[in-house]
Design a protein around this ligand. Structure first.
Ligand SMILES: Nc1ncnc2c1ncn2[C@@H]1O[C@H](COP(=O)(O)OP(=O)(O)OP(=O)(O)O)[C@@H](O)[C@H]1O
Ligand SMILES: [Mg+2]
Length: 246
């Protein structure tokens, strides 16, 4: 394994976040490596979205450090963190419902792509997400699953090195889930980017992730490959239940 020689893309060291009397995240250390789909899972209230907000700069850690590409970004703004190559989607409202799909994706290219190359970037991104037949459609008129793909397209139009997605599969049907997982693999394999996936759909997580971090009460309960995680007695007890252990 060359992992000890490879600098992680993102490195969180002993991060913690307190909300009043509640320690939502504590003593948490993990990394996002190049070209991987990393799953962040755990029961409701485990601290997944808080971790997501911490690494994307939307909230600052109470303690600990964050580095991207070896550069300290602890307490940095979302803008600076996105310039370092980490981009996130929002669960609601990252899409302009009254605008076309093409214009939505175009928004994601601003600041990342020279003007002359934006139209081609929009087309290529739409192809990647299977939205090429929908470019002229008004985003708000599309089915829920396609709107979700448009949100991912906006985020990936900038070609971030780390794409962070909070529960992107919620409300999608099986066909849409399969198509979205295929997109994650293409983002990794064809573009060399990494995906951080916060998700409750365990079948999908086990299928698509290279590694998984399990949170419980704000702390890391376990980390490893899907195979390791599926069999870990602590994870089964705290989160998965016995039916996932097979
Ligand atoms: N802004 C906030 N102010 C106060 N408490 C918060 C805030 N954000 C999160 N919390 C609390 O921190 C804990 C962790 O919440 P978080 O949203 O990170 O969990 P989660 O793992 O994303 O859960 P879910 O699976 O339900 O989305 C919870 O107890 C939550 O109530
Ligand atoms: Mg959450």
């Amino acid at each position: 394994m060359q992992t000890s020689l490879t600098k992680p893309l993102l490195e969180a060291r002993d991060i913690a976040r307190r909300f009043g009397g509640l320690l939502a995240v504590s003593d948490l250390s993990f990394e996002i490596r190049e070209r991987e789909v990393l799953g962040l899972i755990g029961p409701n209230g485990a601290g997944k979205s808080t971790t997501f907000n911490l690494i994307s700069g939307f909230i600052a850690p109470t303690r600990g450090t964050l580095a991207i590409d070896g550069e300290n970004v602890t307490g940095a703004s979302p803008e600076r963190i996105s310039k370092k190559g980490l981009v996130r989607t929002f669960q609601h409202g990252s899409l302009m419902k009254s605008m076309s799909v093409a214009d939505n994706i175009l928004i994601g290219t601003i600041g990342a792509v020279p003007r002359a190359e934006r139209a081609e970037r929009v087309r290529e991104t739409a192809r990647l997400l299977g939205l090429h037949g929908k470019l002229a459609d008004i985003a708000g008129t599309l089915p829920h699953g396609l709107q979700r793909l448009v949100s991912i397209a906006i985020a990936f139009a900038a070609r971030p090195r780390i794409l962070c997605l909070d529960e992107p599969l919620t409300g999608l049907n099986q066909t849409e889930v399969a198509a979205t997982l295929d997109v994650f693999e293409r983002i990794r394999d064809e573009y060399g980017s990494s995906v951080l996936l916060v998700e409750h759909n365990m079948k999908a997580v086990m299928q698509v992730c290279d590694r998984i971090v399990v949170l419980h009460h704000g702390r890391m309960l376990a980390t490893g490959t899907p195979q390791d995680i599926r069999r870990d007695p602590r994870v089964i007890e705290a989160y998965l239940g016995a039916e996932h252990a097979h």
